[in-house]
Design a protein around this ligand. Sequence first.
Ligand code: SIN
Length: 363
Amino acid sequence: MTPNVTESSTLSEEELKNFDLKKLVLENGDYTIFPDVEYPPLVSFEHDDPGKRADPNMTSLFEKATKIEKLTPKLGTVIYGLQLSELTDQQKDDLSLLCALRGVVFFKKQNITPYQFVQLGKYFGPLHVHNAFGHPPHFPEISTIYYDRKSAVIQEKFRYYRSSDAWHSDISFEEQPGSLSFLKIDTLPSVGGDTTWADGYAAYDKLTPTMQRIVDGLEVEHTGEYHRQLAAAKGTKIRRPFIDHVHPLVRTHPLTGMKSLYLSPIFTSRIVGLSLHESEAILKLLNDHVIGGHDFQVRYKWEEDDVAVWDNRCCVHNAIVDYFDEGLRHGYRVTPQGERPFYDPSSKSRRQMEQEKAANGNN
Ligand code: SIN
């Protein structure tokens, strides 16, 4: 059993700034703590998305990068030559828009520290402090990515596990789920440990018009049951109760105005207003659609100190856990919360928007 641990010391601002999680993990192994504390309920807030201030051409990013590489036609862009720790506010605003358009953006060779990571994340919204996940000492806003293959619970969990069982959009069980997520991977096994993302705009566009009419306007219950069970198996504390929330199955992205299929397979429990067997059949069909949609997925092979920034409103992701015999994979994630998901019946799909642009001679 993993013990519940309470943070015993406080650090000065200077010490926090120099806190080095890579050093800690390499010297001490799993440093993750599960403090024996209770968090107050989250409070609703008005989300002011930095992407609304973005330059539509995102010039501040594109002109300063040394190289831009598209990983697939619509999903995933790699940016070379920029440090996230040094972005101007304009570049952050433009990054928000770029993520909304390309789903996930990767930055190579990042020197950003955990302290700076938290500061950066906060620019995009209040950082979610996870209800149950383990975190590093002194940084409750950071979710640690570390699987210790020696742990009996983890061995059991992954024995019959396929990574395709764990697609999700971060913290979709919250009333105001994650807008963006920032993930730095600083330690990699000799091989394996990739991550995959799937494009929610394309997932919607790849449904037939008849199916689109069925899913448009439906609502789905999202639950933290997955985390409840994980915490129970590990014997760790749930620091804030998980509360179910209902979100639209097709959501309108506040920056692009485009419809995205908002599925989060490990958190979506049932479609509101349908019988259980109707709901299960439709969710299974849609989950299979996303999981098998290789033409709208990207699989990223990390290099140490890469950072991925993705938009949870228009893509789902999942870590490929194939590396336990190949060494340690370590990283950390922060997730700013965004708006409450909404569906605007007058919004359009990406394909519709592109077709309209082309028809207007504005390609
Ligand atoms: C996550 O699911 O947020 C982490 C993904 C990863 O470890 O690659």
